[in-house]
Design a protein around this ligand. Structure first.
Ligand code: SAM
Ligand code: SF4
Length: 336
């Protein structure tokens, strides 16, 4: 976790006393993959004109940093598919006060981008990988080629990032039998790994979320067959709870929005690709920052809008896999 000793006083504090220090920015809703839990096969993407420009993304990111945010994650959609995206990394990476600039990617373009990202000041990467089997990768992502993400991981490792973390969404009957192999792979390669419980965001065709739910608790029981998992209090500033395996550098994390509600410590907000500031992943409370940046060039106006937004950050989410979706946003809009 970033060192909190010297950080400036928080100016973004919500009604429950939670300091917002972490911003996730979705820079596009588009993606080359169609993961079954994230998107429908046939997606309608936003018209390009409704997206924030890269300059607007940097402007909003900079305003957050001026108000005490010290960690920004760039996500999507697939961020490396947005044209000229390196500009965002370079400009945000140069901001005083930003301690951690990270990226979540599906890895398919990493062989082209790894070196430039590293040069732009990205020290850590999250790469999504749910399976080690080529045929399953093709089925889960609907359009993906496994060797592309493997090439991407090789390139990322060669580029020398401080940490690379794999993100795996575990689904019953699709990949739940691979959790031990995924940890083995992470350990061999020196990666961290986080297992994510599926969240009910958006309607995703005929994929049945309730039937495929596989809890973190169950994953931990499966892993215990092969590994000794020691709980830690380590954090990377996000919702993962980490475990260590003796004598191994890799950490094993769990993001468990269903079985472990992490809302009371939530330090995050999200900016969608259209410029909506979402105060909670699982609720619709939001502020239209695109309107704010397009109606005024005054930085004080933008900063005040961010401070005011804290008043509507909800106490927490309330995910229910059995119910009809209440959140119609897909994860690619929200930014995972
Ligand atoms: N395209 C990039 C990627 O896949 O890493 C970044 C965006 S993706 C929306 C960010 C993360 O959200 C990925 O790790 C993905 O597995 C996860 N994700 C997508 N839909 C999800 C869902 N419904 N529940 C839980 N995690 C989800
Ligand atoms: Fe694309 Fe990432 Fe969603 Fe998969 S999880 S469809 S890679 S945005």
């Amino acid at each position: 976790m970033p060192d909190n000793q010297n950080k400036p006083a928080a100016e973004l504090v919500d009604r429950f006393g939670r300091e917002v220090r972490y911003l996730r920015i979705s820079v596009t809703d588009r993606c080359d993959l169609r993961c079954v839990y994230c998107m429908a096969e046939d997606m309608t993407f936003l018209p390009r004109s409704s997206l924030l420009s890269l300059e607007e993304v940097v402007r909003i990111g900079s305003a957050f940093v001026a108000l005490g945010v010290n960690k920004i994650r760039i996500t999507g959609g697939e961020p490396l598919h947005r044209r000229d995206i390196l500009k965002v990394f370079r400009e945000l990476g140069a901001l005083d006060g930003l301690e951690d600039l990270t990226l979540t990617t599906n890895g398919t373009q990493l062989d082209r981008f790894a070196d430039s990202l590293r040069d732009a000041g990205v020290h850590r990467l999250n790469v999504s990988l749910d399976t080690l089997r080529e045929d399953r990768y093709a089925t889960i992502t609907r359009t993906g080629k496994f060797d592309r993400v493997m090439r991407g991981l090789d390139a990322a490792q060669a580029a020398g990032f401080d940490r690379i973390k794999l993100n795996a969404v575990i689904l019953k009957h699709r990949n739940h039998d691979e959790v031990c192999d995924l940890v083995e792979f992470a350990v061999e390669r020196g990666f961290d790994i986080s297992f994510i419980e599926e969240m009910p965001l958006g309607v995703v065709g005929d994929h049945d979320r309730a039937a495929s739910f596989y809890s973190s608790e169950q994953i931990r029981r499966d892993l215990a067959q092969r590994f000794e998992l020691i709980p830690t209090t380590e954090s990377t500033g996000g919702p993962s709870r980490y475990f260590r395996i003796p004598d191994v550098a890799s950490r094993v994390g769990f993001i468990s929005p269903h079985s472990h509600n992490f809302c009371d410590q939530c330090n995050r907000v999200r900016l969608t690709s259209e410029g909506r500031l979402l105060l909670c992943l699982g609720q619709e409370h939001s502020v239209d920052l695109r309107e704010v940046v397009r109606s005024s060039a005054d930085e004080a106006v933008l900063r005040q809008a961010l401070v005011d937004a804290m008043a509507i950050k909800p106490k927490g989410h309330d995910f229910d896999l059995q119910a009809q979706p209440v959140i119609f946003r897909h994860m690619n809009h929200t930014g995972g």
